[in-house]
Design a protein around this ligand. Structure first.
Ligand SMILES: Cc1cc2nc3c(=O)[nH]c(=O)nc-3n(C[C@H](O)[C@H](O)[C@H](O)COP(=O)(O)O)c2cc1C
Length: 226
C-alpha cells in the first residue's frame, strides 16, 4: 500500500514537471513574440484607397498601428478642383489643418509614412503632418503610390520637413490614374503582386536594419504561436 502511494506521488510530480515545462515553453515563445517588438506606426494619406491598401499590407507584415491622416476640411470630391487647390496650396506654402494628431510620436521606433504623389510633390496634408509632429531622429520609411510618374519631389519634401529623420529606402508603386477616371486598382492579381512587392521590400530593408528584422521576426513568431 505504502509503495503504491510513493509511486503515485512520484508519477504526479514528474507529470507536473512535464506540464510546467510545456507552460514555460509556451510563455517563453509568447515573450519572444512580444518582448523585443519595436513600436511601429503606419501613417498614411489616401484619397482613393490605393495607398491605404499598401499601408494594410505593411501592417499585415510587421504589425503596429494604422493611422490615416485626416483633414479638418476635406478636399473637394472633384478631381480637377482638388488639383487646383493643391497647386495653390503648394505655391503659397499653405499647410492645411489636420484632425489627426499622434501623441508621443517619438515613442515609436519606426514610422512608415505613406502618401500618393500630388502635383509631383508630397501632398500638403502630409507636409502638415510632418510640420506638426517633431519626429527627431526616428526611423522613417516612406511608401508611395502614383499614376505612373513616380514620387516626384516626395523624398526631398520629407527630408525638408524632417531634417534629422533616418529615412530608409522607399517603396514606389503604380496606383490609380484619377485624371482618367481610374481610381482604386489594388485588387485581384495586381493586389497579390503588390503584396509580394511589399514583403520583398521589407525583407530587403531587414538585411541592414535590426528594427525591421525584429518586426518581421516578431510578426512571424506571433503567427506561429498556437
Ligand atoms: C490632386 C491629385 C494630384 C495628383 N498628381 C499626380 C502626379 O503629379 N503624378 C502622378 O503620378 N500621380 C498623381 N496623382 C495620382 C495619384 O498619385 C494616384 O492615383 C495614387 O495612387 C492615389 O492614391 P490614393 O488612392 O491612396 O489616394 C494625383 C492625384 C490627385 C488626387
Amino acid at each position: 500500500m505504502r509503495v503504491y502511494f510513493f509511486v503515485l506521488v512520484l508519477l504526479c510530480s514528474s507529470l507536473s514537471c512535464v506540464f510546467a515545462d510545456a507552460n514555460e515553453n509556451a510563455t517563453a515563445k509568447n515573450n519572444k513574440a512580444t518582448a523585443a517588438a519595436p513600436k511601429v506606426v503606419i501613417v498614411y494619406l489616401s484619397r482613393t484607397n490605393n495607398t491605404k491598401t499598401v499601408a494594410e499590407f505593411i501592417q499585415q507584415a510587421v504589425g503596429g498601428e494604422l493611422v490615416a491622416i485626416e483633414l479638418q476640411t476635406p478636399y473637394p470630391e472633384n478631381y480637377q478642383d482638388t488639383v487646383e487647390q493643391v497647386r495653390q496650396e503648394n505655391q503659397a506654402g499653405y499647410l492645411p489643418a489636420l484632425k489627426t494628431t499622434i501623441k508621443n510620436i517619438t515613442s515609436y521606433d519606426v514610422i512608415f509614412l505613406g502618401f500618393p504623389t500630388w502635383g509631383m510633390q508630397m501632398p500638403p496634408p502630409v507636409k502638415s503632418f510632418l510640420a506638426e509632429h517633431q519626429l527627431g531622429d526616428t526611423t522613417v520609411i516612406p511608401f508611395n503610390t502614383n499614376a505612373g510618374y513616380g514620387i516626384g519631389s516626395g523624398l526631398s519634401d520629407l527630408t525638408r520637413y524632417c531634417l534629422d529623420c533616418r529615412v530608409l529606402p522607399e517603396l514606389q508603386l503604380k496606383g490609380g490614374i484619377e485624371r482618367d477616371g481610374v481610381l482604386f486598382v489594388m485588387e485581384g492579381a495586381y493586389a497579390v503582386s503588390v503584396k509580394e512587392k511589399v514583403q520583398h521590400w521589407l525583407r530587403t530593408l531587414s538585411v541592414d536594419n535590426e528594427k525591421i528584422k525584429g518586426l518581421l521576426q516578431h510578426q512571424s513568431a506571433k503567427e506561429a504561436a498556437p
